[in-house]
Design a protein. Structure first.
Length: 89
């Protein structure tokens, strides 16, 4: 019996604290076209920081037809080329 209780205790859930959510106002929203969530998100961030650019302009430079979208490494390189300090996670 103690053997079974030992294994059942490993099934118990662990309480996780959720960090406080922070919302940044006035970030422009761009609805995404098919497979264009990356350029839409990046355009919103770049416009927030004063760079006038559209998602289509970003997609023209970094869209990968073989991936049918944009790769995170290409977004990282693009943002850095435009003077942003980008990081990959």
């Amino acid at each position: 019996m103690p053997f079974i209780l030992f294994f059942l205790s490993s099934c118990s859930t662990v309480s996780v604290q959720i960090e406080k959510t922070i919302r940044i106002n006035k970030v422009p929203f761009y609805p995404q076209e098919d497979y264009q969530c990356g350029p839409a998100s990046l355009a919103g961030v770049m416009n927030y920081w004063g760079v006038d650019i559209k998602p289509e302009d970003i997609a023209k430079e970094i869209y990968s037809s073989s991936a049918r979208g944009t790769l995170d490494i290409d977004m990282f390189i693009y943002a850095n080329k435009k003077g942003f300090h980008a990081q990959q996670y």
